[in-house]
Ligand binder design. Sequence first.
Ligand code: DAH
Length: 340
Amino acid sequence: MKHEIQRIGEETLKVLKDMESSEALQELKVKILGKKGSLTALLRQMGGLSPEERPIMGQVVNEVRSRLEQAWEERSAELEAIALEKRLSLERIDITLPGRRVPRGHHHPLTQVMEEIEDIFLGMGFQIAEGPEIESDYYNFEALNLPKEHPAREMQDSFYITEEILLRTQTSPVQVRTMEKLFPYLPVKVIAPGKVYRNDDDATHSPMFHQVEGLIVDHGIRMSDLKGILLNFSRQMFGDSREIRLRPSFFPFTEPSAEVDVSCMLCGGAGCRLCKGTGWIEILGSGMVHPRVLEAGGYDPKEVTGFAFGMGVERIAMLKFGIEDMRLLFDNDLRFLQQF
Ligand code: DAH
């Protein structure tokens, strides 16, 4: 009987060490020490022992039982610790971590500059006009006094879709489209911002870029009006102390034509790397609207006059932000864009 008790003890100890759950551990305990447990059953048989044997047996049973109970407690503490550890690692929340910020974007530098240009001209009473990017040869060239075979067409290397349809190379076609729409209303006083396309691609040219066209038609519009409006624009865009100058130039749709320079925004006119020592920076083309263009728009050049201008938005943005390579504006690299 003594061996039987010790055998049960040894075997139970062995199984117990490998129990993986406290439920299984509890079941085992009932099977051995419970009312119908195997050790309990042996205890009951002690009644049949002799008075000498009984205390010895009693001691053996107690020893085995207390060893088992201790082992039970240890294993169940181990299992509890394992379970706790597992829960802690699964449910771990670091309340000291900062919240996750949703990244916030902003307008592209070109859009910012485009909107600033629009705001300045809206402030001077201009309205915004639009025209299609897929344009006819007529509006893009012919109506602007650039008949077929005119050598000045070569100034703009174009993407043709058919003989008669192309991606507009400039926003100037919106001039004639707008006059046609508004005639006989006066004054015509619009800007036309938008995308234009040319077969060019290098550090200062992109095949797609943006222009803002300007057009005023009314009785008695003079070149001094052009100069005043553009001086006002230049100061709002580049600073109060800017000056402008008009240089004679040629565009088929204006007569006379002028390139407009603004005093250098980096050196103030003294001469530096940006203005290549001249103190001036070219920002746009302009002139008095050619009589043929007014006619194409339906207006009588004997009655009214007008001025027009066209500026490149990328160029204005590059000057304003000090960007040296135009391609950066189209790479969509956030490290670049986030600086503006
Ligand atoms: N369309 C011309 C270009 O893309 C720019 C221009 C020059 C527009 C003179 C005008 C203007 O309206 O009067 O080069």
